[in-house]
Design a protein around this ligand. Structure first.
Ligand code: MG
Length: 181
């Protein structure tokens, strides 16, 4: 007889821990900054593409810049954590926001986030990771066991691959979220 060491429920639990965001909102400006403060979050690690900037945009919108300023006025530190391989694109955004950050972050792998934390002496437990992709931003946050926030992508007209990934991510997350009745 074959003994199963890992059952389907174990897998479900592991996936739940990795794929379910701590909070989710339609867009970044719906994020409740007061609640974040109550949770002792001081630092926002922000994804760039489709979280602050659509793939078609070169520069951040006034609305996004205003929101980022509001975060700063509320005492939050801001860093960009982008998987984009274009140093120029990430640098341009960082300059607009007046913040630091990294490109080619290789999310959901944790090494560059840890490196960022080390470089700027950040306590990761006081950081939240904000992004539009479950498999990258949310998995990274949950892997590091830190707070994370899922937002909807700015540009809903995604490429075919991105659309499939988006649907699959949301489907899994919905399936895994415990029903509260
Ligand atoms: Mg993104």
């Amino acid at each position: 007889m074959i003994k199963r060491f890992i059952g389907i429920n174990d897998i479900k639990l592991i996936l739940q821990e990795l794929l379910i965001p701590k909070e989710s909102y339609e867009s970044v400006w719906d994020i409740d900054l007061e609640t974040l403060k109550e949770k002792n979050i001081t630092t926002l690690l922000l994804d760039l593409d489709n979280t602050l900037l659509s793939n078609k945009q070169r520069n951040l919108s006034i609305q996004h810049l205003n929101w980022l300023q509001k975060c700063k006025d509320n005492g939050f530190q801001i860093y960009l954590l982008s998987n984009n391989r274009s140093k120029k694109r990430v640098q341009r955004a960082a300059k607009q926001i007046e913040c630091n950050g990294i490109y080619l972050a290789m999310k959901p792998f944790t090494f560059s986030t840890k490196q960022l934390a080390k470089t700027y002496s950040l306590n990761l437990q006081e950081c939240t990771i904000i992004g539009d992709q479950i498999f990258k931003d949310i998995v990274l946050g949950n892997w590091l066991k830190i707070h994370n926030i899922l937002v909807e992508p700015i540009d809903k007209t995604l490429s075919l691959f991105a659309r499939i990934q988006y649907s699959f991510e949301r489907f899994l997350s919905k399936k895994l979220t415990p029903q509260t009745k």
